[in-house]
Design a protein around this ligand. Sequence first.
Ligand SMILES: *Cc1c(COP(=O)(O)O)cnc(C)c1O
Length: 409
Amino acid sequence: MRLNSREQFLRLDVEDPLASIREQFDLPPRLTYLDGNSLGAMPREARNRLSEAMSQWAHGLISSWNNAGWADAPIRVGDKIGRLLGARPSEVVLGDTTSVNLYKALNAALSLHRGGAILTDEQNFPTDLYIAEAVAKKWGVQLRRVPRNQLGEAIQHGVAVVTATHVDYRTGHMLDLRELTKAAHDAGALFVWDLCHSAGAVPLDLNGAEVDLAVGCTYKFLNGGPGAPAYIFAARRFHGDLNNPIPGWFGHDHPFDFDGGYRPAPDARRFLTGTPAILSVAALEAAIDLWLTIDIALVRSKSLVLADLLIDQVMRQCEGFGLELASPQEPATRGSQVSFRHPNAYGLVRALAEVGIVGDHRPPDIARFGLTPLYTRYVDMWDAAEQLSDVLRRRTYLEPRFEVRAGVP
Ligand SMILES: *Cc1c(COP(=O)(O)O)cnc(C)c1O
């Protein structure tokens, strides 16, 4: 799609069925925030829910575990997230971090399929690689790392567990979840998916694709808040057989029996370990309740148009400045972000932030722009491309202050 004026972008916003959702977020005025794939924006309702949870703490004290629904929060919110993932009740629980949940899922998968290798994408998110390596070592099995585009052909007998991130964090490249899950099953393996850049970004149907196990975070596209708890999905068909390698009391069938012997809960709840972070859950639940009112098909179609527009504007306006599209051209294999390569990607991202366009940088040379259709506007694509071309033309990204690295890039 090709548009030639800012007015045309503004008109798309007027016609956008999702436009009014932006008002439900507390966003700084005059900021073009294209980093909701790292930290989602704050739903206004999160403030109310947090304040409510604080009152339950202050006034209900210990009774709030029963009276305010604290004790079953990991299951209640897990089930709500499950509806976004295409899962059935009792297949998703909320808790810990994606890293910890991946550790649990890989161990559980290996305990079912002993003796084979773990296969992963060599470009997988670093925490996924570290965890996979540790689990392989613990079980005395091989960790095979192959290029992302060779994952399918590397799924062969001798592989016990495949793990990959559905939508790549650098490029936004999206794997075929259904096809690769089937390939794993055909080879007698299980597939553990990382959905960090998928939930809230693209439609998901885990049951429809017969997914075995999956993990993901809630603070990116799901807008759950910094450090919000992660989730883990386990398909019902495995529920009796999966072992949690960190079997704490919240995964026990009856935690408050204070039983001296571990007896796992019959469903995905067995993947819980300890006490849920109630204040974080309160903010997160506000975000998930908002998500449950949203048609993900609308989100996906808007995301694809946003991406097309951004790519078209940037490619036209920034030609000759060494910028290359790092994301797939083909919309069907792209998640909800657009990435470009540039030798000075870090400086570019920093210079853009100074003029109110927030994206982020991923080493070595990626400038990344997250598209979050609940609050990203069409006009943001125009503004981002204009500013990017301005920064490139004026070479402000070369200024020495942009060489000093911030702690979080
Ligand atoms: C963000 C992200 C994580 C984060 O893991 P945490 O344990 O929540 O810090 C893991 N995997 C992928 C692919 C991610 O994008």
